[in-house]
Design a protein around this ligand. Structure first.
Ligand code: C5P
Length: 302
């Protein structure tokens, strides 16, 4: 079998609305995902008797504690038999900060699912691949689609949206670890509400205009800002530097800002609390993402 290395791109949530609690303990979301070019590398080589995972750069859990490992194990258990494969070797180079609301682990899992399926000749019916992604985590299905997409349900029912302009986004990463489960459980009482009318208007017109128009709100911000005042300080610093839009991604603590030019971003950088990183990234359309997904295809061995 050959080893193929994939770019496993991160995301930001341009919009994140929490509209209710569900009987399954999750929350009902209306969210708009956007792929960005910040990425991990994931090498997938089907073969062997079991799933083996090596972390070659950065930090990530090993073995079963890693969602990418679980993705491979679950995929092979269900669909490996048809291809006569029961194991895989995985290697990860981690560059996306963990626990920052950028979806790094979920992206790795989706990359493994799509990579194995592609390399084994697509034995999984598309609906089954989708179901497996949803079982692994609420953010995983988006990463099978990428680009710009609307997520409803737990965020795992994903509708692709037309590509938006690609532009720079600046990621501010406070040195704070946020627990997604804790943030959701600290939400005040929720009243059912429709998809925010601004997003509804953009979706209905299938508008492909300015990215800034899609940065509407994140209902998890007040909870995170209340618990971690330093995250609000970062938000205030980015806004004071003149950003066109600033918002938290997912359950944080990463914030993203749209600046007109790098000079404006540099002015923001000097206002940030110490320990907070500021990094430039670029949004990715689905077509760019697809073109850049594979890094290199290893030579087919024996
Ligand atoms: O699905 P995932 O493991 O990524 O979700 C992490 C946690 O975030 C869940 O255990 C749940 O507490 C919370 N969550 C939620 N509603 C969602 C997504 C996540 O309550 N739609």
């Amino acid at each position: 079998m050959s080893a193929v290395t994939y770019r496993s791109f991160a995301k930001v949530n341009l919009h994140l609305q929490v509209v209710g609690r569900r009987a399954d303990g999750y929350h009902e979301l209306r969210t708009v995902f956007q792929s960005i070019d910040l990425h991990d590398l994931v090498t997938v080589e089907p073969g062997g008797a079991a799933v083996e995972l090596t972390v070659v750069e950065g930090e990530a859990p090993r073995g079963e504690a890693n969602l990418a490992w679980r993705a491979a194990a679950a995929y092979l258990e269900r669909f490996g038999g048809a291809a006569g494969v029961s194991g895989a070797r995985l290697a990860l180079a981690k560059r996306v900060p963990a626990g920052g609301g950028l979806g790094g682990g979920s992206s790795n899992a989706a990359t493994v699912l799509a990579g194995l399926d592609q390399q084994l000749g697509a034995p999984a019916p598309p609906g089954e691949l989708w179901r497996l992604a949803r079982e692994l985590g609420a953010d995983v299905p988006f990463f099978l689609v990428g680009g710009t997409a609307l997520g409803v349900g737990r965020g795992d029912e994903v509708v692709p949206l037309p590509d938006l302009e690609e532009r720079d986004v600046w990621l501010a990463m406070p040195a704070v670890a946020v627990s997604t489960a804790e943030v959701f459980s600290a939400l005040p009482n929720l009243t059912a509400q429709p998809l925010d009318s601004r997003i509804m208007g953009l979706v209905q017109r299938r508008m492909s205009g300015a990215l800034s128009a899609w940065v509407v709100r994140n209902d998890l911000e007040p909870v995170v800002f209340g618990r971690f005042p330093e995250v609000r300080d970062v938000y205030d610093a980015l806004a004071a530097a003149g950003a066109d839009a600033v918002q938290m991604s997912g359950s944080g603590a990463t914030l993203f800002a749209l600046f007109r030019d790098p000079e404006e971003a540099m002015r923001a950088a000097v206002r940030l609390p110490s320990g907070c990183r500021l990094e430039r990234a670029r949004t990715l359309s689905r077509s760019t993402l697809t073109a850049r997904r594979i890094v290199d295809e290893g030579l087919r061995g024996g």
